[in-house]
Design a protein around this ligand. Structure first.
Ligand SMILES: Cc1ncc(COP(=O)(O)O)c(C=O)c1O
Length: 317
């Protein structure tokens, strides 16, 4: 199994960084998570919307003053090559990462050069691992509202998938798990619903989908966008992007979390309040059915979102 590291395909065991790496010490990296879905009938692995993830990686990198020395097409090719090297026949998770690679003590991302200030070096790397469900999708999960507030745009922008930002998510997730919940939902500094620790949030209220606005310190999720599009195109249900109060979580008809890892995970309880009848709501279930057919390349109408990894005959047994 190979990783793409320092411009070459190397064995995973050789894709290592120094303890002095800026990103390891200060969290100065940006990353993505892309799912690869194994389709046994097609004998094929499909990467779900890899271009959209690489576009977001580029925007995250821009916020951290980083450049990615590859086009989006090249990045998709690197992802395909890395997954191919593993010859996986199960679902995988692809992790691209751009990080500040300088070996230095000191926080600045610029250093003096002959011509003034220059940005410190960054590196692009990508690896893939087998990956099953992150949150339950068949059984509704239990959530709590985190005591940790979502970090705001003027602290560390949640819109960028910054490595160091995930300390915020890890604190909230750990608190939730230790209290016996499956997941935490975080509020913005001013007390409105932001997102899960690694997921966007959707509520169903009076037959409409509601989700926090992009200005509520969320990661602008690829799955969020996907769900809004398929809800509209396939179910004729519009999504409203707006500020959401905490107590709307408690009284929602249905509630679910979405993300590359979480996929579409139904929620049955928030802080002791049962959501709906505690089962998978009808709209949540309908969206799950559509989503899982789409990501696995079964729904031909959305095949353009799925990038085949293996050459047609490479994985035949
Ligand atoms: C904090 C956070 N919000 C939302 C999401 C969902 O984003 P996407 O659907 O692009 O995976 C993720 C997952 O990547 C995340 O880490």
């Amino acid at each position: 199994m190979k990783a793409f590291f320092q411009g070459a395909y190397v064995d995973m065991a050789d894709a290592n960084v120094s303890v002095m790496t800026h990103a390891l010490n200060y969290g100065t990296g940006v990353f993505e998570g892309i799912r690869g879905y194994w389709n046994g009938s097609d004998e094929q692995m499909y990467l779900f919307r890899p271009k959209e993830h690489f576009e977001r990686l580029r925007l995250s990198a821009k916020i951290l003053r980083m450049a990615i020395p590859h086009t989006d097409d090249e990045l998709v090719e690197i992802a395909r090559n890395v997954v191919c090297s593993g010859q996986f026949r199960e679902d995988v998770y692809v992790r691209p990462l751009v990080y500040k690679a300088a070996h230095q003590i000191g926080l600045s991302m610029v250093n003096p050069t002959e011509n003034g200030l220059g940005l410190i070096d960054d590196e692009f790397t990508l690896f893939a691992v087998p990956f099953g469900a992150y949150l339950d999708v068949d059984r509704p999960i239990r959530c709590t509202v985190a005591s940790w507030r979502r970090i705001s745009d003027n602290m560390i922008p949640a819109r960028a998938k910054v490595a160091g930002l995930y300390v915020n998510s890890s604190l909230a997730k750990t608190e939730a798990v230790e209290a016996g919940f499956d997941e935490a939902i975080m509020l913005t500094e001013d007390g409105h619903v932001s997102e899960g620790t690694g997921e966007n949030v959707f509520l169903v209220r009076d037959g409409r989908l509601v989700t926090p606005a992009v200005s509520d310190d969320i990661l602008e999720g690829v799955t969020r966008r996907t769900v809004m599009q398929i809800a509209l195109e396939e179910l004729q249900i519009e999504s409203v992007e707006r500020t959401v109060d905490r107590t709307e979580l408690y009284i929602a008809d249905e509630l679910f979390l979405v993300g590359t890892g979480a996929q579409i995970s139904p929620v049955r309880e928030v802080d002791g309040r049962e959501i709906g009848d505690g089962g998978i709501g009808p709209l949540t279930g309908a969206l799950q059915d559509l989503y899982f057919d789409i990501v696995r390349g079964v729904d031909a109408r959305y095949r353009a979102w799925c990038t085949a990894v293996y050459p047609a005959t490479a994985v035949q047994t």
